[in-house]
Ligand binder design. Structure first.
Ligand code: ZN
Length: 197
């Protein structure tokens, strides 16, 4: 019998609108096609729903488990995996994981030997790392950048938050829910220009 491949933790990161959810759902489809069962998570940004959904701009979608601040991902995934064997864990909006939850996911890789693929933003609109992204960058086995481009054609690695009139916002909470804010991916030069730096 061949040696079992070693499970790894992957962090797919990008600015906004780089097709992260599409890539996640494509990955889920590939696993299912090979007769394997993925488990999908996404962030519960508010308490209105019990079941999450990951949907992509090209129309694919899938139900997802929700993670909240208090979710112990190692315990929950261990329990779900006992009911039905899972072959990979896919986490959307992984920038919202806490340090502890990223650690719990490393335990899923190291103790349960299930690969974990995380998809999310690297930095917020102020150019600061999200907590989840900080520890994924530190601890993941593989870092994969999903590229998107600025309106000028250069690689977009920054995100600006704009108000309803399209003006860049230079302060505020890391996560804005609801409201009329929009996010735009831009290159670093246009990020500086937009914020008047
Ligand atoms: Zn640009």
């Amino acid at each position: 019998m061949g040696k079992q491949p070693v499970a790894q933790m992957y962090f797919y990161y990008s600015a906004m609108n780089a097709g992260k959810s599409t890539t996640l759902l494509q990955s889920s489809f590939n696993y299912q096609e090979r007769g394997m069962t993925p488990l999908i998570y996404t962030a519960a940004l508010d308490d209105r729903y019990d079941v999450g959904k990951v949907s992509s701009r090209i129309g694919l979608q899938s139900d997802a488990q929700l993670f909240r601040n208090e979710t112990n991902l190692y315990q929950e995934i261990t329990a779900l995996n006992e009911v039905e064997k899972r072959h990979c864990i896919l986490v959307d909006e992984c920038q919202f994981l806490s340090k502890q939850q990223v650690y719990q996911l490393t335990e899923v890789v190291d103790k349960l030997h299930i690969p974990v693929l995380c998809y999310g933003l690297r930095t917020d609109f102020l150019g600061e790392l999200f907590e989840g992204s900080r520890y994924l960058l530190s601890w993941a086995d593989k870092l994969i950048e999903l590229k998107t481009i600025c309106h000028c054609g250069r690689k977009a690695n920054m995100v600006i938050r704009t108000d309803e009139f399209g003006n860049a916002i230079a302060q505020g909470e890391q996560v804005a829910i609801g409201g009329n804010e929009r996010y735009v991916s831009v290159c670093r030069q246009h990020y500086k220009d937009a914020l008047g730096k």
